[in-house]
Design a protein around this ligand. Structure first.
Ligand code: PEP
Length: 253
C-alpha cells in the first residue's frame, strides 16, 4: 500500500511559515516530479486558503464540525474548509477528545461530514498511559475504532491514525513491536467491520515521529504512514520522514 505521511501543525504557524511548505514541495518534486509517498499537511484554519494556493500536495484542516452550518461559534464546517482549499481533515485528535471533550459519536459524525463533502479523513484513536499500564490499550483502541468508524468507511478516503496519547509531543515513542501489535489489532477490527475494504484503509502511526525513528516505525507490518506533529513544522525535519517512508529500495523522494 502506498504510504501517507501527514503533518499536523496544531496551533502553530503564520503566513511566514508557508515557506516551509514550499521547501517540502520542492523536496518532493525535486527527484523528477512525483513521489512514491503521499504527503499532506493539516494547518490552522487561518492558513488553509493561502497554504492550498501554493502547496503542491494536499492541505487539510485540523478539525471540522459535523454540521454544515449553524450556531457553533468558533467552529468551521467541512464545506467551509473545502471551499478554502482543504482536501482532508483530521478528526478525533486526542487533543480535541481531551480538550474539547469530543466523544466517539461526534468523531464519527465529523468523519461522515467529510464523506458527504467528498473530503478525506484521518481519524485518530489512542490510549492513555494509565490504560496501557493497566493492560487495556488494545481493548480501548479497538473500541474507539468500532465506535467512531463512519458509515461508508473505505480505504479510498479514510485513514486511521493510531496515536498513543502518552507519545504525542513527549519525545516518547511506542516500541516498533507495540506499534505492530496495535496496528494488527486495528486491521483485524477494520476487516471484521468492513470486510475486504478494511484491508485497504491506511493505518498511520503518530506520536513523536522523527527522522531518527521514522524508518523503523514506517516499515513495521500494517504501518501505512505517519501522522507527524512537531516534526512537520519545518521542511528540515519533515522531509527526512517522508524519505524514510519510501519503499526501502528507493534512495530519494
Ligand atoms: C500529533 O499531533 O498528531 C502528533 C503525533 O504530534 P507529535 O508528532 O508532536 O508527537
Amino acid at each position: 500500500m502506498r504510504k501517507l505521511v501527514a503533518g499536523n501543525w496544531k496551533m502553530n504557524g503564520t503566513l511566514a511559515s508557508l515557506a516551509e511548505l514550499d521547501a517540502i514541495g520542492a523536496a518532493i518534486t525535486g527527484a523528477g516530479g512525483g513521489s512514491a509517498v503521499d504527503v499532506a499537511v493539516a494547518v490552522p484554519a487561518t492558513l488553509i486558503a493561502p497554504a492550498a494556493a501554493r502547496a503542491s500536495f494536499g492541505i487539510g484542516a485540523e478539525d471540522v464540525h459535523s454540521a454544515d452550518s449553524g450556531a457553533h461559534t468558533g467552529c468551521i464546517s467541512a464545506p467551509m474548509a473545502k471551499e478554502a482549499g482543504a482536501v482532508f481533515s483530521i478528526v478525533g485528535h486526542s487533543e480535541r477528545r481531551a480538550g474539547q471533550g469530543e466523544t466517539d459519536a461526534e468523531v464519527k459524525a465529523k468523519a461522515e461530514a467529510l464523506l458527504r463533502h467528498r473530503m478525506d479523513a484521518i481519524l485518530c484513536v489512542g490510549e492513555t498511559l494509565d490504560q496501557r499500564e493497566a493492560g487495556d490499550a488494545e481493548a480501548v483502541v479497538t473500541a474507539q475504532v468500532r465506535a467512531s468508524l463512519p458509515d461508508g468507511a473505505g480505504g479510498d478516503w479514510l485513514a486511521i491514525a493510531y496515536e498513543p496519547i502518552w507519545a504525542i509531543g513527549t519525545g516518547r515513542t511506542a516500541t516498533v513491536d507495540d506499534v505492530a501489535a496495535m496496528h494488527a489489532a486495528i486491521r483485524r477490527t477494520l476487516v471484521e467491520l468492513l470486510g475486504e475494504e478494511g484491508e485497504g484503509v491506511r493505518i498511520l502511526y503518530g506520536g513523536s515521529v522523527t527522522a531518527d525513528n521514522a524508518a523503523a516505525l514506517l516499515h513495521a507490518p500494517n504501518v501505512d504512514g505517519a501522522l507527524v506533529g512537531g516534526a512537520s513544522l519545518t521542511a528540515a525535519k519533515f522531509v527526512p520522514i517522508i524519505e524514510a517512508a519510501l519503499p526501502q529500495t528507493r534512495a530519494a523522494v
